[in-house]
Design a binder for this molecule. Structure first.
Ligand SMILES: Cc1cc2nc3c(=O)[nH]c(=O)nc-3n(C[C@H](O)[C@H](O)[C@H](O)COP(=O)(O)O)c2cc1C
Length: 342
């Protein structure tokens, strides 16, 4: 209540990225002391456990924080205090990079949505790994979401993924291979069958060599059912343990936001409520394709306990949120617990 009536109106006065940085900065400060994380935990209230086995790991409950919110792993203990069972740091790339020019993140309040073209702004995989190592994140399962640098051609992409994998491997619980962001030119071309096979085999083999932590791949919501199912089956064939469905969409259909505003915003990935149905459908397609041979992580437009339910019913083992948190605020995790605590 306090978030939607008091804090959100203040944050929404600021540009979306500035508000994001302020909120994350606050959580970063909270993360630095046991007293403040305990206070945050007490303020939010306890989130009931409902253990889930996925990718060979045990999660406290199904709900996690999607990649992109805490790219550089600055606030792990605060995310844990808010009640998340897991989060994905990143996308991190082997070398630090600034991302696209600003403005690059936009709110669409009429649609409870966001459009972003951040472009993997991040401080580099090694810096994130050092922060994870020093943050003693007890109960939180951490996924390392990895990508290639903007200046690396797709022909050399495998080298970038392997470098990022090696940088974070020791400090994460699973690896997420991001080939589905629409904001790095050419990245989605890695989802073609030949490129995908080469990349996933290389990452899976390297993870195996390093000790066998599970690897998942994150896919887009804009491909056909046939392509999604072929990709999911290929991932299993290559030894992956999870499919994350989905990233943001390049689609713009059915929005309430005036077309002139959409045009003015320009390119980027759309997330939030307009993505809910499509991403749930993709979860269903993936589950149909992989059966019980891989875990499915459902992400896209989750805001209510019903949305969590729908993703679980469609076949997801785990559910992640990003945009919903911007609109609903930190008490959201506890509210969504109704989905597994009914
Ligand atoms: C500002 C912003 C940045 C994002 N950055 C990343 C990223 O770096 N890597 C990634 O895999 N997904 C990224 N995502 C996608 C989210 O992880 C998620 O897949 C997508 O937003 C759909 O979920 P949602 O509707 O709950 O936001 C980003 C999303 C937003 C809104």
């Amino acid at each position: 209540m306090m978030y939607t009536s008091l804090i959100r109106p203040l944050l929404f006065q600021l540009s979306a990225e500035h508000a994001h940085n302020m909120a994350l900065g606050g959580l970063r400060i909270v993360s630095q002391s046991g007293i403040s994380t305990a206070a945050l935990r007490a303020a939010v209230g306890s989130v009931p456990d409902a253990p889930v086995q996925a990718m060979g790991l045990t999660f406290r409950h199904p709900l996690g924080l999607a990649a992109g919110m805490d790219k550089n792993a600055v606030a792990l203990r605060a995310w844990e205090a808010l009640g998340f069972s897991h989060l994905e740091i990143g996308t991190v790339t082997p070398r630090p990079q600034p991302g696209n020019p600003k403005p690059r993140m936009f709110r669409l309040p009429e649609d409870e949505a966001l459009i972003n073209r951040m472009g993997f702004n991040n401080g580099g995989a090694e810096a994130a790994a050092l922060r994870i190592k020093s943050s003693k994140h007890c109960n939180l399962i951490v996924g390392g979401n990895i990508g290639r640098n903007k200046t690396t051609a797709n022909e050399q992409a495998v080298d970038d993924y392997l470098a990022a994998l090696n940088a974070v491997y020791a400090v994460v619980d699973y690896i997420a291979v991001n080939v589905s962001s629409p904001n790095t030119p050419g990245l989605r071309d890695l989802q073609s069958e030949a490129s995908m096979r080469a990349l996933l085999e290389a990452v899976a083999n390297e993870a195996k060599r390093l000790g066998g932590k599970p690897v998942a791949v994150k896919i887009d919501p804009d491909s056909s059912k046939e392509h999604v199912q072929r990709t999911a089956s290929l991932a299993v064939e290559c030894g992956l343990k999870g499919i994350i469905a989905t990233n943001t969409t390049v689609g713009r259909t059915g929005l309430r936001t005036p077309q002139a505003r959409i045009d003015a915003i320009g390119a980027g990935g759309l997330s939030g409520a307009p993505l809910t149905r499509r991403s749930t459908e993709v979860v269903e397609w993936v589950r149909e394709a992989v059966g019980s041979s891989a875990s499915v992580l459902g992400v896209g437009g989750v805001r209510t306990a019903k949305d969590v339910h729908d993703k679980l019913n469609a076949g997801a083992d785990l559910v992640q949120v990003y945009s919903g948190l911007v609109y609903e605020g930190p008490a959201m995790v506890r509210q969504l617990a109704a989905a597994w605590n009914a």
